[in-house]
Design a protein around this ligand. Structure first.
Ligand SMILES: Nc1ncnc2c1ncn2[C@@H]1O[C@H](COP(=O)(O)OP(=O)(O)OP(=O)(O)O)[C@@H](O)[C@H]1O
Length: 235
């Protein structure tokens, strides 16, 4: 089986246009790969570049240098050089993502927010809604909220909608940016179990978890992002 994702010599800096074009190097020489059926965790202090790495892998941030090779529909694709259409196809079929905060679409009920990635992959709307309801119930989101848009939900409720949306598909790669940050202990344990099930199903996971208990429960490997600090290479 092909390695689902290989990150090779990736570098990224931000240009601060409002501050006279100052360049802020964030990571350099980032290299690692993800294995199917395992969860790798990005470690390192605040500001080390963990979220930036996840966002590059999801195609949200441009990559300055290096390659991100994804096995996408049996082909190897360099996401770092992919056109927007390819990035959209990779997100539909190959890479799922649970962001730190839900980007709520106005007027779309929670149930449909969760079902949408399955519908985008061609699943019948009724089947997708049924799967969405099962996930929302498992994550203890009260049924009275399912028909409401999540914009007014609490932080933890929004995060559970976000988790359900990220976990509903069978994407071979799943990125998790602090999915349990706003959750209570009972729901953190449910998400930990859901991550274990993804591993069983052969999914390659890459996550950021500040909660030590969750990290210890899910991590097969820690990738220390301080190894990719730009000044380390300049020295
Ligand atoms: N869009 C952006 N524009 C400018 N600078 C950014 C941007 N995104 C991130 N940065 C900077 O890049 C550095 C790394 O940020 P990043 O969010 O990747 O770190 P992190 O390790 O995930 O931190 P935390 O654990 O606090 O979430 C920080 O100095 C941050 O200010």
């Amino acid at each position: 089986m092909a390695t689902p994702l290989v990150v090779s010599e990736v570098a990224k800096s931000f240009t601060m246009h409002l501050q006279g074009g100052i360049r802020l190097p964030v990571v350099s020489g980032a290299s690692f790969s993800l294995a199917a059926g395992a969860c790798a965790v990005l470690g390192g202090p605040s500001g080390a570049g963990k979220s930036s790495i996840l966002k590059m892998i999801y195609g949200s941030y441009a990559v300055d240098f290096g390659q991100i090779i994804v096995t996408h529909n049996d082909n190897l694709v360099d996401l770092a050089a992919a056109d927007p259409r390819t990035v959209i196809a990779i997100r539909r079929d190959t890479i799922g993502y649970v962001s730190q905060f839900l980007r709520a679409v106005p007027r779309v009920p929670a149930r449909d927010v969760v079902a949408e990635p399955l519908v985008a992959r061609g699943e019948a709307a009724a089947t997708a809604r049924g799967r969405a309801e099962a996930l929302l119930a498992r994550l203890n989101l009260p049924e009275r909220l399912w028909d409401l848009p999540p914009a007014t939900f609490s932080g933890g409720e929004q995060q559970r909608v976000n988790i359900a949306r990220g976990f509903i598909t069978d994407h071979p790669i799943l990125l998790l940016d602090e999915p349990t940050a706003s959750l209570d202990k009972a729901n953190r344990e449910i998400v930990t179990a859901m991550i274990a099930e993804k591993k069983e199903a052969g999914v390659a996971l890459l996550g950021i978890f500040h909660d030590q208990e969750v990290r210890d429960a899910v991590a097969d490997r820690i990738i220390d992002v301080t190894d990719f600090a730009p000044d380390r290479h300049a020295a």
